[in-house]
Design a binder for this molecule. Structure first.
Ligand code: GLU
Length: 498
């Protein structure tokens, strides 16, 4: 029976392989581990699994650390800050793995295999053609010690295989409950290319043990790895951590989400202008259900409310509309100075903002009137571009309200111009008050329906924005100031003369 670790303190880990950008699925695993650790007053460890030398790159490690920090997920031990169980990068732990590989070879629980890849492939094909699941046939499982020594001395290429016992593996998963696998189907598995090059299953088992990991919380794609890892734990005399496999992420049509599809990298969401608060809130709902209608959760609230028992088994649908909704919510909640700061890079990137051109105060107002319609920060440029150009480009037909002719529109603009020229206190309240009053007067003079404000305000709004949708003319005029406002009205009049 595997040893259990019931009495251990909670220590969990996020163990990404730095072979590509951090995906939303990976970030979700990190988040669930983090929440579980915090909730249980345990420790959250970040371990970089970089044993795949060909595919691992430092830049991905950097990105993983950076994006986790952006989310607000902090680790207690990790490659950058160290800890009592380090090092936290697998390539810095090769001596440790070598020691345990030698132990398994020494007690004959693992052996050198000299089968050539082509040979193995041919056997796999042959097994499949007979309708069998491919598995290693054990050709090298019983070579004599002399034969092994000779092959090694001759420099024959080899790998290290672990003897997989033919038995049933059962474990209790916190999410999936009782899980059973038939290890007999596995065949002897490769655990290292050589003494200095361990593979995933082996390194993960050694590290989880030495780092005293109490719970392994990870994506469901690792579920089938678990029996292999349990067998290795047994062979090495290690305790067995408690497992929790998080549900798969599904597309809206319930198909499985793959890494190759669209935006799965967290950095894509980051650069599009999703806020970390929204990402955290969105990701926690990918599998966890509070059991109430409540949908908005901050990281701090989650630390209190999260429980792994409430994570569902069924796939979690990645609903982008929900993410947009949450992001819009957090955008509206942000203090305006902070939101403005976050929008500035987007305004610069789109060329709207040139250093030193708009006073900060004005920018804040621009962001304030835009944020109600913003789902992500990158949309600021499209929503706010009307505040920046010297000359708006738009079709004069846009100035038209209902059945107004060109001369009526001109009258309307002249009317607004008069009101605006005379306004003493140029602020939003006053602008609104004067223009509303003006609208009634204008309608009366022209014989338009009394309550229809469009006759005065639509041509003005279009003259100031150049768009069919925009903030109100008061908001725009307030931001533009008198001079620019009158300039834009003049330009609209010119357009009508053409
Ligand atoms: N390094 C593995 C991966 O990135 C995860 C290992 C684990 O969580 O057991 O997929």
């Amino acid at each position: 029976m595997p040893k259990k670790i019931e009495d251990k303190k909670v220590r969990v880990r996020f163990a990404p392989s730095p072979t590509g950008p951090l995906h939303v699925g990976g970030s979700r695993s990190a988040l669930f581990n983090y929440l579980f650790a915090k909730k249980n007053k345990g420790k959250f460890i970040l371990r970089i699994e970089d044993t795949d030398l060909q595919r691992s790159e430092q830049r991905w490690t950097d990105e993983i650390l950076e994006e986790l920090k952006w989310l607000g997920i902090e680790w207690d031990e990790g490659p950058d800050i160290g800890g009592d169980f380090g090092p936290y990068k697998q390539t810095q732990r090769l001596d440790i793995y070598e020691k345990y590989l030698k132990e398994l070879l020494g007690n004959n629980k693992a052996y050198y295999c000299f089968c050539a890849e082509e040979e193995l492939e041919a056997k796999r094909q042959e097994q499949m053609s007979r309708g069998l699941a491919p598995k290693y046939d054990g050709a090298c499982a019983h070579l004599s010690a002399e034969a092994v020594q000779k092959n090694l001395a001759d420099g024959k290429s080899s790998v290290i295989r672990f003897r997989v016992e033919n038995k049933k593996i059962k474990f209790t998963d916190l999410i999936r409950q009782e899980v059973e696998f038939d290890a007999g189907l596995l065949g002897d598995i490769v655990i290292a290319k050589n003494l200095r090059t361990p593979l995933y299953h082996f390194a993960v088992v050694v590290d989880d043990f030495l780092m005293q990991i109490s719970h392994v919380i990870r994506g469901e794609e690792h579920l089938s790895n678990t029996p292999r890892q349990i067998l290795l734990q047994e062979a090495l005399g290690f305790y067995q951590p408690i497992y929790a496999h998080l549900p798969l992420m599904l597309n809206m049509d319930k198909s499985k989400m793959s890494k190759r599809q669209g935006d799965v990298a967290l950095s894509d969401y980051h650069s599009k202008g999703y806020l970390p608060e929204a990402m955290v809130n969105f990701m926690v709902l990918l599998g966890w259900n509070p059991g109430t209608e409540k949908e908005i959760f901050t990281l701090q609230q989650l630390i209190k409310e999260f429980s792994i028992e409430k994570v569902q088994k069924a796939g979690a649908v990645f609903n982008l509309q929900r993410l947009d909704f949450l992001n819009g919510f957090y955008i509206r909640e942000k203090p305006i100075e902070k939101l403005t700061e976050l929008c500035i890079p987007y305004l610069k990137e789109s060329g709207l903002l040139v250093e030193g051109q708009s006073s900060e105060h004005k920018l804040e107002k621009i962001v304030e009137v835009s944020r109600t319609r913003m789902k992500k920060l990158s949309e600021i440029s499209e929503l706010a571009d009307l505040f920046f150009p010297d000359k708006l480009i738009y079709d004069k037909d846009l100035l038209k309200w209902q059945k107004m002719g060109d001369n009526d529109i001109k009258d309307s603009l002249v009317f607004s111009e008069k009101i605006l020229s005379a306004i003493k206190k140029w602020d939003i309240k006053n602008l609104e008050k004067e223009l509303f009053a003006g609208s009634e007067k204008f309608n009366l003079e022209k014989g338009y329906p009394e309550k229809n404000k469009g006759y005065l305000l639509w041509p003005l709004r279009v003259a100031l924005s150049g768009k069919s949708f925009s903030p109100s003319p008061f908001e725009i005029a307030d931001i533009l100031g008198r001079e620019k406002t009158l300039e834009r009205i003049n330009r609209a009049k010119e357009l009508l003369n053409k």
